[in-house]
Write a protein that binds this ligand. Structure first.
Ligand code: ADP
Length: 163
């Protein structure tokens, strides 16, 4: 039984995230999407941890072997606790590389039994990020096709009411 973790902040999840989760689910028996609390990232997340988890649960409901859970600890500790042997990350343009390379090295130093693996973003989602989605939506632009429809609705709703 091979189990992998797909970690991130997912504020909110995008179709780029979903693509990586779906592809990881095709390789591993079980994929656990680990949603980081990340209280300080980018001035604090737009969506609560419960909202971010709920978005992902709805979007991955069709995928057997995929589950979603929040976390607020060292990723390698979570991997050990859940008996996951791999951390799977999506890799976009070169800008992701240095940060991801650093995290992979540090995690390897903390626990050599947990392997970090990368799945390369498809061209359609290469420049897609949660922060870009929020920026477009904040200025009234459409993010349809970049995030699942249920996320799109909640995003528009949240921004209309103000943060
Ligand atoms: P972000 O980097 O957008 O704030 P997260 O911290 O939630 O997003 O990212 C979680 C993981 O998903 C990271 O490994 C990141 O590289 C990956 N990821 C984010 N957006 C995409 C995308 N459009 N295509 C592929 N992977 C992505």
């Amino acid at each position: 039984m091979k189990r992998a973790l797909c970690p991130g902040t997912f504020d909110p999840m995008t179709n780029g995230h979903l693509d990586i989760i779906e592809r990881a689910a095709g390789i591993f028996d079980e994929v656990i999407v680990a949603v980081a609390l990340s209280p300080d990232k980018g001035g604090g997340p737009l969506f609560t941890i419960d909202e971010r988890v709920a978005f992902l649960r709805e979007a991955t409901a069709h995928l057997a072997g995929v589950s979603v859970r929040p976390f607020d600890s060292l990723l390698v500790d979570l991997a050990r606790e859940l008996d996951a042997t791999a951390i799977v990350k999506g890799l976009r343009a070169v800008t992701d590389f240095e940060r991801e390379f650093q995290m992979a090295q540090l995690n390897y130093r903390l626990d050599r039994a947990v392997e970090t693996m990368f799945i390369v973003a498809i061209p359609d989602y290469m420049y897609l990020s949660s922060s870009a989605v929020k920026e477009i939506a904040e200025h009234g632009g459409s993010v349809k096709g970049l995030v699942p429809d249920h996320v799109n609705e909640r995003l528009v709703d949240r921004l209309r009411k103000g943060r």
